[in-house]
Every structure is written in structure tokens, then in C-alpha cells.
Design a protein around this ligand. Sequence first.
Ligand SMILES: Cc1cc2nc3c(=O)[nH]c(=O)nc-3n(C[C@H](O)[C@H](O)[C@H](O)COP(=O)(O)OP(=O)(O)OC[C@H]3O[C@@H](n4cnc5c(N)ncnc54)[C@H](O)[C@@H]3O)c2cc1C
Length: 391
Amino acid sequence: MMLSFDDTERAFAHKSCSDLKKAYRLFQTFSYPFLVKYGPAWSNVALSIGLPIKGMIKQTIFHQFCGGETIAESSPSALGLYENGIGAILDYSVEGEGSEEDFIRSFEELKQVILEAASKPEYPFAVFKCTGIGSFASLEKVSSGAKLFGDELKKYKEYCNRVDALCKLAYDNNVKLLIDAEDTWIQKAIDDLVYACMVKYNQDKCIVYNTIQMYRKDRLPEIENQIAVAKSGNYFLGLKLVRGAYMENERERAIDQGYPSPIQDTKKDTDDDYNSALELCFENKEIMNVMAGTHNEDSSYLLAKLLTDNNIKIDDDRFWFAQLYGMSDHISFNLAKAGFNVAKYLPYGPVKEVLPYLSRRAQENSSVKGQAGRELTLIQKEIRRRKKLSN
Ligand SMILES: Cc1cc2nc3c(=O)[nH]c(=O)nc-3n(C[C@H](O)[C@H](O)[C@H](O)COP(=O)(O)OP(=O)(O)OC[C@H]3O[C@@H](n4cnc5c(N)ncnc54)[C@H](O)[C@@H]3O)c2cc1C
């Protein structure tokens, strides 16, 4: 198979030299633990008391990882990706206080995201997080099997109606809709509702996609179970496969509360299950749509190889690759160049309200041995290549 992730010319074709240098400096700053740990909190305080730092944040970390503050402001970034054969997934990344007003505001915004995706080819999917439109505490209670009463029950039903309304809007407008996975102790309530929506809206084609975190020890059998249920219920099963973003919290909570950690013991166990899940979904492709949401080169290569080795058209709409905006362009752009379906989450929202999202990106990129090291090496390689050309 002719696929290589080493082509930095292709990976960074959309970036000017000054953009590349800016990105390099940014990824370097992530190696200062003090900055990564306290930077977002300081920024939050500074913004709250009106210090003029918004412009600086917007030109640096926000510019790297977000499209803009609004859907309209994110449009140039989406078009930039689209020119390179990559779709954008508008990700409303505001993490509010969790009030009913916040939920309704997010719900209204998410309807706009779906309608935007319906009207523009650069947005092949829409996405949302359940905790953006419903109470975390209620999701936790429902997941544990507890009953809700009174006002809490009424509000939970309103949340369920909002999830259903978003899936219906996506269905009516033929937009593929992803629902993110979150903490294990709220995930059962999310899963139950999302699969119920699949029964309703995935009868003719795959509209609703759930997310499966393969860092969980129990997810391979769960996928097998969902395949069997979808087969007997005659609907399409849409899954976004990820490794999982909340490993530290999960492990800490398990220790604090004295239950066995639901997370795999080693990175290799997570990797093995992720790749097995890709193979399992591929084997069941007659009823499945799959998105490989990953920055892992081996897993991306594996799905590409499954398609090409089995003579499946590489732009078959059942199979998508996805990365986050501002990360792993070498995977996204090289997959797109080879003709595979690729999309990138394009987070957006007011600067102050996307700080928690930016903080997670900074933390994820803080290990020079890990993701940040790889980004730095690739950017440096491209800067050197361009310098050589100009000499
Ligand atoms: C398009 C997209 C959508 C996403 N949506 C979600 C979502 O809905 N929910 C969600 O939780 N995350 C989501 N993520 C984040 C994702 O779960 C990962 O945190 C992130 O992508 C890093 O994993 P990786 O597959 O890219 O690659 P890698 O860098 O190869 O793997 C890192 C991951 O491996 C796992 N890991 C690391 N060390 C260990 C260890 N010692 N033991 C066991 N496991 C370990 C962790 O999950 C860690 O995040 C999404 C990512 C993408 C690209």
C-alpha cells in the first residue's frame, strides 16, 4: 500500500513559514510543566478581571487548536482543510457551569452546527457531548441504576428530549452525528440513550454514531454485544473508536473509591484492543460505519490496510479517519492525499469558555517523549526542508 505519514511537505502545505515557527514555539512551551499546570487558571482569572490577554491567547494556543469563536469565524479554517480533501467537524467546545440556561444555550448552538453541516460539504459530520446539554449528576445517578424523582426527573426527561431532537434534526437533514464518550461513571446512561436513538434513526443508513473508549477493559465484548443487538434489531451501528481521554481521572477515582480500575493495565493492552476493535468493526461492515478517531500511526495504518487489502474503495463512506485540529496533520493530510475519508474536529467557542479544552490539549502535548515531541520533530523537519529549498 502506498501510504506514508512522513511527507511533511504535504502535511504542512497549508501552513506558512511564520505559522510553522509559531506552532514550533507553542509546542516547545508545553514542555514547561508549570506553565501547562497553571497557565489556563491564570488566563481565566486574567480574562475575568478584564486584563487584555484575549488577543494574545487568540493568536497563540487558540489559533493552533481552534477554528474561531463562532461558526462563521471558523469557516476559513474549515475551507482550508476542505481544499486539502479534509472535512471539518464543528465542535462546540464550551464547557459551562452546568446550569439549565447553559444546556439550552448549547442545545440551540448545536442545532446550528447540524444545519451548517447540512448545507456545506466541508462539514461531513456534526458532534456533541451529552454533558453539554444535560446534568452530569443526573447522568451519574441514572448510570448507577438510581431512580430520579420530581424536578430532577423532569429535567432529565428534557435532556433526553434534547438528545433525541438533535438526532432527529440530523436524520431529517441527512447529517452524520457523533456523540462523544465521557467518564465511565456516566457512560451507561449516555450509551443507553444513544443506542435507543440508533434504533430510531439508523434504520436506512447510519446517522447516529456512539463513541467507544478502548482504554476500558470491557469494551471489546461490549462492541460484540452491540453488533449482535444491531443485527437482530435490523439497524446500522455507527461507532467512533477512540482510546480515551480521561485515564488519570478514571484511575484516581477508582483508587479513591476502592473499586478495580476500569482502565487497561498497560498502553499495549489499550493499543491491542483498539486494533482488535477496528478489525471486528471491519468484519461486520455490512451493518457498521466506523470512525477511527486517533493520532496513532499504527492504528491509522491498520484501517487503511484493511480497506486496501480487501479491495474496499478507500473513500467508502462507511470508513472515516479523524484527528483533532492542530494535531497530527502528518496523518490527516497524507491520508487525504492518498484518497481516504478524513475529517478533523474543529473546536470553536468564546476564548474564555474554551480554556478547559485548550488546557487538555496543552497537557496532552506536554510530554516531549510523546505527542509534542513528534509534532516538534515534524515541524522542525519541514522548516529545514523549506530552508534548504530557498538556499
Ligand atoms: C477525532 C477524535 C475524537 C475523539 N473523541 C473522544 C471522545 O469522544 N471521548 C474520549 O474520551 N476521547 C476522545 N478523543 C481523544 C482520544 O480518546 C485520545 O485521548 C487521543 O486521541 C490520544 O489517543 P490516540 O489514539 O490518538 O493515540 P496514542 O497517543 O497512541 O494513545 C494515547 C492514549 O492511549 C491510552 N494510554 C496511554 N497510556 C496508557 C497506559 N499506561 N495504560 C493504558 N492506556 C494508556 C490513553 O487513552 C491515551 O489517551 C478523541 C480523539 C480524536 C482524534
